[in-house]
Design a protein around this ligand. Sequence first.
Ligand code: NAI
Length: 412
Amino acid sequence: MSPIAALDEHDAPLAILAESIHTVADGILAESGFRVERVPGALEGEALRSAASRAQVVGIRSKSTIRASEIQSPGGILAIGCFCIGSNQVDLHAAEVHGVPVFNAPFANTRSVAELTIAEVVTLCRRTFAQSSKLHRGEWDKSAAGSHEVRGRTLGIVGYGHIGSQVSVLAEAMGMRVRYFDIARKLPLGNAQSCATLEELLRESDIVTLHVPATPITEGMVGAAQVSLMRKGAHLINNARGTVVDYAAVATALRDGRLGGLAADVFPEEPSKNGEVFASPLQGLENVILTPHIGGSTAEAQEAIAVEVAEKLAAYWRTGSTSSAVNFPGVDLPRLREGETRIMHVHRNVPGVLGRMHTLLAAQSVNINAEFLQSTRETSYVILDTELVRDRAVLQALAAMPETIRMRVMRV
Ligand code: NAI
């Protein structure tokens, strides 16, 4: 089956969604002409093979794995939606070289993490969690000792990206002073002020909250040396990645009172599924809030993820846009104009392909009105908006070029 025949614009595309993706996705895909089928649980085994051969779009979350073998069939999956933050459950390279863009929603849970962080700032400063634990044990201990308002206190934010900058806005709304440190130059929001170094931030903050990615530089970024720079009784929050903090050093500082409290949502080693045993040097310590990596886990984040990924898939189907794909040459495309043909051609990135495409079209006197091109090292994605192509032979010739990975044609 040629790519053109498989992807004729008159096909009613099929989207198969697995793992209880939020139902808001169904409506968005249906509006773009998709039929939507649901698979309960993870997409695996025969259900995965069937989806890969029947569906143009497959939507998964983190429990399904899509390998090269499921991606390879020509005329098979056209695009993959990872309805979550990450995308490493898909063989991204195989998807790229077979012309399959993969979309995800890397920042849809930003607000959820920011809100949890703000809740922890207040909870640590009031020692609410410690007081609550005592009461659970039957100990009534009504006291204001060590309990503070957050108004007027200084919050130090390490990593002023999507989450860090949201935390900044919320903290200022509660009357906090905000300092931040980022390796990239970042525009301060509100009255926040940047610090030249991490050390400066640690010295000047009452609460330090970490919002950096896991990189070789951030590994062990906060250990004994950094804790020793913090104000006595200061609080630390790590809702970023477990590798960023040396928890053994932090546990020692909590025990000897150098640190006043800690909230941690992420750990260097996390159980892979519910019910597994979790062990950490932080367990049993006073004024320590431990949460099982749920910073971004809210109903609202699930809905936001479904909207974002479904809209990206729908845009790819309607226009060919790939600008937000994680593994693919990124092209942002306008809607096709009335009376035009759009040729979306994915090919191996080798010299001469574009020239031969032009020659094939020119030989049939097909005029090119607009051209868009992006490439990765191995793959090129070229989009040609031409006057209406009535002769399928020229399209077949483009699809039959030896470098072609796949091709899609759209007409309005
Ligand atoms: P982002 O990419 O928008 O921001 C990260 C910021 O950190 C950037 O501004 C970057 O320049 C800065 N940065 C990188 N290396 C740095 C360094 N060595 N020193 C100082 N700044 C540095 O990322 P986003 O979305 O704000 O996420 C931040 C962290 O939160 C990530 O580690 C992410 O994995 C984690 N996260 C945790 C969740 C949870 O459930 N607990 C959910 C979502 C994200």
